[in-house]
Design a protein around this ligand. Structure first.
Ligand SMILES: Cc1cc2nc3c(=O)[nH]c(=O)nc-3n(C[C@H](O)[C@H](O)[C@H](O)COP(=O)(O)O)c2cc1C
Length: 167
């Protein structure tokens, strides 16, 4: 699958084959893709929590009102911002969003489904998710990863009305 195909094939998947394996080499590819995202002044203001145990997944579902898909997902990658690593700028949210999108596209290429569950700036979920992870970093998104057990239709589409050409 090339980049063009991955962008078009990606969907938010909310039902997965429970118990399906994500081998360590695939998990590494996902995290590598995340950390290859661009970041302001190359500050890389992020930190990643890989949640595989059921107890912590359950705690995340309690902390975040819209991530019930973790019930069947094999794992979650929680992408967290580290504003302290970017003291002279405030682009860390965007940097983390770029990392999230890279994870989604890499997951698609590897044949996994994924779902971006936003945290920051919504409260109290951001603080609640940070508490579950016992971190000072700022949770930006919980990304569910697993083998899809549904094939949702595409929701994204090209809308020419959203484009202005300055020629
Ligand atoms: C910032 C952000 C936050 C999101 N948060 C959630 C969420 O909490 N729960 C969820 O099920 N989906 C969440 N989504 C997924 C969107 O609902 C989904 O991307 C949108 O409906 C378009 O569908 P598609 O991803 O299949 O193209 C989020 C997406 C983004 C970009």
């Amino acid at each position: 699958m090339d980049c063009t195909q991955a962008i078009r094939a990606r969907r938010s998947v909310r039902r997965y084959k429970k118990g399906a394996a994500v081998p360590p080499e695939h998990l590494h590819r996902l995290l590598e893709a995340a950390m290859m995202a661009p970041s302001a002044v190359n500050s890389r203001p992020w930190e990643f929590f890989v949640v595989e145990n059921e107890q912590t997944k359950e705690a995340l579902m309690q902390a975040h009102p819209a991530c019930r898909m973790l019930e069947t997902a094999t794992l979650a990658i929680v992408v967290c911002g580290r504003p302290d690593l970017q003291p002279r700028h405030n682009f860390w949210q965007q940097d983390c969003a770029a990392a999230v999108e890279n994870i989604l596209l890499q997951a698609t290429d590897l044949g996994y489904g994924s779902c971006w569950c936003g945290c920051y700036p919504a409260q109290p979920r951001t603080d609640d998710v940070a508490r579950v992870l016992a971190t000072q970093a700022v949770p930006v998104a919980i990304v569910a990863i697993g083998v899809p057990d549904e094939a949702p239709p595409a929701k994204g589409y090209y809308d020419p009305a959203r484009v202005r050409y300055l020629r």
